[in-house]
Design a protein around this ligand. Structure first.
Ligand code: ZN
Length: 391
């Protein structure tokens, strides 16, 4: 159904009929001193259909219709079939839906067009950081400790990355604690490196909480995903990262692979100022591979084979990140992986509760992205050099 609305022919007509989407086609709207762009403006710029769900709506992935699905008054957004979190909530103003300029530049652009992020994918070394260690067990469940599960994922991941010709450095090889600043220093000392920290989740608030999430560093001037955006006083003073667009691209590549290969709940692509993300100067992400506080999920995490699937999915995501530098094309998305019909182990994946419907699967394949724009009429991407876009 959506395919009909947005067939490739329509995309090309759309792009060609806007040969001069120029800088001033970003129409900035100021609200309380903050810069915003309309959802309509963003949708047109990217050539991606967008939808705004009512406030408080629970977006179910199987009902997602458009590549950009926003929720009124919310920071939650579904981008190309995976949940993501804006720094600032969607605003309604004068009958228009507005997205902060920070989010257009720092969230939407690197998630929608990770292949266009400057210096993206240039990696020789992957620094794997199994969380915790030694006296710091991390989360604990009846089957074991986070520190051991994370180390095992890294150990299973290492040969997979070696097989792809990547150098691998582990921040720890055994059950001992490594200070967080040392972990970051290891990554910063390696040439052309990325940093992938592996953790498992826990919560005492909701024993039924499950699912994957991935974090990269919060942009300057923005609250983290878990912060209350209204009361966050730290938001404006914290420094950002020069590589946050690359980190978001890495988040997107790994997260789509994770969700595409393993049918776990989608908690989303998030931002945080965790020490290892703050102190690393290279593209860095922190993966939370499920909850040890939920019985079923903790049982899965305790299985070596399941951790192997996690390692496989992360390795495919890293490979896709590296491929961005070469192919200059969008990476594979959740629906692409699921359409393959097989997991990375060659085992068909089980049907999943939150499987996207086929119209979305069609939509968020290749046709979801604007066709390559003629070199003479490049659309102006939001600038990633500074914390805000240059319209
Ligand atoms: Zn942890």
């Amino acid at each position: 159904m959506l395919k009909r609305l947005f067939a490739p022919a329509f995309v090309s007509i759309f792009i060609i009929s806007h040969p001069s989407f120029a800088a001033d086609d970003w129409k900035i709207i100021k609200v309380n001193g903050r810069d915003y762009l309309t959802v309509d403006n963003i949708s047109k710029f990217y050539g991606l259909p967008a939808e705004v769900a009512p406030s408080g709506a629970q977006i179910k992935l199987e009902t997602v219709k458009d590549p950009l699905e926003f929720i009124r008054d919310s920071r939650e957004v579904i981008i190309n079939g995976a949940r993501s979190w804006l720094c600032f909530p969607l605003l309604e103003h004068d009958g228009k839906f507005l997205v902060s300029r920070t989010d257009v530049a720092k969230t939407i652009e690197p998630l929608v067009r990770p292949h266009r992020v400057a210096n993206v994918g240039q990696i020789r070394t992957v620094v794997l950081d199994p969380g915790h260690g030694g006296h710091d067990k991390g989360a604990v469940c009846r089957y074991g400790s986070e520190k051991n599960f994370a180390l095992d994922v890294a150990r299973q991941l290492r040969p997979l990355l070696h097989a792809k010709g990547l150098r691998v450095i582990m921040t720890r090889e055994g059950d001992y604690f490594v200070p967080l600043e040392v972990r970051a220093r290891i990554a910063n000392a390696a040439r052309d490196s990325i940093f992938v920290s592996i953790h498992f989740n826990a919560t005492d608030r909701d024993p039924s909480a499950t699912g994957f999430e991935i974090f990269s560093f919060t942009p300057r001037g923005a609250p983290s995903t878990s912060d209350n955006w209204v009361t966050s006083s730290s938001a404006s003073v914290q420094a950002g990262s020069r590589v946050d667009a690359q980190s978001m691209a890495l988040s997107a590549c790994i997260y789509h692979s994770l969700l595409g290969h393993i049918p776990e709940f989608d908690r989303g692509i998030k931002r945080a100022r965790f020490a290892v993300l703050r102190l690393t100067e290279v593209p860095a992400v922190l993966v939370e591979g499920g909850f040890l506080t939920e019985r079923g999920e903790s049982r899965l995490i305790a299985e070596k084979d399941w951790r192997g699937r996690l390692a496989q999915a992360i390795s495919v995501g890293i490979e896709n990140y590296r491929a961005l530098a070469v192919k200059k094309q969008p990476p594979m998305l959740v629906a692409d992986y699921r359409r393959q019909g097989k997991s990375v182990l060659g085992v068909p994946i089980e049907p999943v509760v939150q499987e996207v419907d086929s119209s979305l699967a069609d939509l968020i394949g290749e046709s979801a992205f604007p066709l390559p724009t003629p070199a003479s009429t490049p659309p102006r991407a939001p600038s990633l050099e500074s914390d805000v876009i240059v319209p």
